[in-house]
Design a protein around this ligand. Structure first.
Ligand SMILES: [Zn+2]
Length: 305
């Protein structure tokens, strides 16, 4: 069972032209953190208690990503939240109109535990920190959002290391090439887009870490993209994005892996990879366990901490 639904990237804005937006606490409530600002607008009739929970949730989600990226994913972006019936966060979207914004629907009954469990907001904010790419590389955008969200929330202590590796090891098989599939640029299915892209990110993270003896990882490559002015307000090619990211870590790991995976369905032996990293599946499900005697346990620990 996969909890991830599709998020809308660069499609029609969720609430473009909405005339009934009301501010969270004051018109255009602005949260300043991580060297930037998020302008929050709430649309609809949230209770005062839910508004307070929303503030806590936004701060927690943004802090988790700032911890990973070293700053907010863009100097300034809008967060447009629309009240919806029931529980939970859905309908995530990242776009520009021309203001850079993240939109989502938030159930009026969403409680503190459900906000804590939410992955949508961090996922969308990762998109904000990656330049817009041609449609053929949607998998790279979604892969980065899927992978970085999962890692960043665990590193911030919102989820545990066991949850992080359970998510990746259960989700990634859906991203493996099926018979007849081609490379990631040529197979725009749901599984290859979200989890195929996430596999690319994990493999890249591991290559960067191996080549730097654990000193650097994917996060440093992505920090270099932000430092070069890259965010969803910019249109870049995948070659440029990966080149800038590689340059930040003094490697060619990302560009090399892209060349290997973009056209051909590169096989990936995930079971061997989990063994190497010391991620042990429990029979019958449940959270994974860790084997710290595995040869790549240091890599797993480096990603999760
Ligand atoms: Zn997405």
């Amino acid at each position: 069972m996969n909890r991830r639904e599709i998020c809308r990237l660069g499609l029609l804005p969720l609430m473009a032209g909405a005339s009934a937006c009301v501010a969270a606490d004051a018109p255009g409530a602005t949260l300043r953190l991580g060297g930037g600002e998020i302008v929050l607008t709430l649309s609809g009739d949230f209770s005062a208690a839910t508004r307070r929970e929303i503030q806590v949730w936004i701060k927690r989600s943004a802090d988790a990503l700032v911890r990973y990226l070293g700053r907010l994913p863009a100097p300034r972006f809008e967060l447009r939240l629309e009240a919806a019936p029931g529980h939970g966060v859905s309908g995530g979207v990242t776009d520009r109109d021309p203001a850079l914004f993240v939109g989502a629907r938030v159930g009026r009954e969403t409680d503190a535990a459900e906000f804590l469990d939410d992955w949508v907001l961090v996922h969308e904010m990762v998109h904000v920190g990656v330049p817009r790419l041609p449609r053929a590389q949607n998998w790279l955008h979604e892969g980065l959002a899927t992978y970085v969200e999962t890692v960043a929330r665990a590193r911030a202590g919102i989820t545990s290391a066991e949850q992080l590796w359970s998510e990746l090891s259960r989700g990634m098989p859906q991203g493996l090439p099926k018979p007849g599939d081609r490379g990631l640029d040529r197979t725009p299915t749901w599984g290859r887009t979200y989890w195929g892209g996430a596999i690319f990110c994990l493999l890249a993270d591991l290559r960067i870490r191996r080549a730097s003896s654990g000193r650097l990882g994917l996060q440093h490559a992505l920090q270099g993209v932000l430092a070069a002015g890259g965010n969803y307000g910019e249109d870049w090619s995948a070659v440029k994005l990966l080149g800038v990211a590689d340059a930040a870590v003094g490697q060619t790991s990302l560009s090399d892996l892209y060349a290997e995976m973009k056209d051909q369905p590169m096989p990936v032996d995930l079971d061997s990879l989990w063994r190497e990293l010391g991620v042990v599946q429990r029979p019958g499900g449940g959270a994974v366990q860790f084997d710290d005697t595995a040869p790549g346990a240091w890599l797993r620990r480096g990603i999760g901490s």
